[in-house]
Ligand binder design. Structure first.
Ligand SMILES: [Fe+2]
Ligand SMILES: [Fe+2]
Length: 209
């Protein structure tokens, strides 16, 4: 049986105009991820791995942007609101995770903030992108998403081993952060479902329409 988020993503594939705009939203989220790394890290923390991560996230944004352009006949050039689907929820997903980590660390350690935010986002990417790759099979985008996924897997492994060296985050705190990420993801999926005219079915997610 498909979970709710899988049903919502599957529904996207039969509404190509909206699907193109959602691909543009994913591109925006990849871009925001890259921008957060660039803006948040002090020079003293930047090594070759961090540089690679920035570069790869920008490239992911470009790959999704090209898919959005292809599916919209070149129409969705920028990240202006009308070119996005559930754009506000996409933005707020990245911001919610970042702010929750910042609050949990009391704003103190920008490098640890980077590691934790990345952990939460990469865990989600590693759950969603394999399914998304299958969905993109008929549109010719599966191999590109699989290539992105290989890099996301590598980011997750790196972050897990760097975090294992740090004893500053309790498992309780991590569990609380994962719940916040889950809520932000549910909110994004529900926003997409609403745009698609589907029923909103996850309890506890409030909407201001
Ligand atoms: Fe990425
Ligand atoms: Fe990544």
């Amino acid at each position: 049986m498909k979970t709710h988020w899988q049903q919502v993503l599957r529904e996207l594939t039969v509404q190509p105009d909206k699907h193109a705009r959602f691909l543009n939203t994913i591109s925006l989220m990849e871009y925001m991820g890259a921008r957060k790394i660039v803006k948040s890290q002090f020079e003293k923390n930047i090594d070759s791995e961090v540089l690679a991560h920035m570069t790869e996230e920008i490239r992911h944004a470009q790959i999704f942007k090209k898919m959005a352009l292809k599916m919209s006949d070149g129409h969705l050039k920028t990240y202006t609101d009308e070119f996005l689907l559930a754009g506000e929820a996409g933005r707020s997903y990245i911001q919610s995770v970042d702010q929750a980590v910042c609050a949990a660390l009391e704003g103190e350690d920008s490098y640890l903030n980077y590691l934790l935010s990345t952990l939460l986002i990469e865990e989600r990417a590693n759950q969603v992108y394999p399914f998304y790759a299958q969905l993109m099979e008929p549109f010719g985008g599966a191999s590109q998403i699989k290539a992105i996924l290989r890099e996301e897997e590598h980011h997750l492994e790196q972050i897990q081993s760097l975090l294992a060296e740090s004893s500053k985050v309790s498992s309780q705190k991590l569990m609380a952060l994962r719940m916040i990420e889950q809520r932000a993801f549910d909110f994004l999926i529900q926003s997409v479902a609403l745009e698609l005219g589907m029923e909103v079915s996850i309890p506890g997610v409030a909407f201001d329409l």
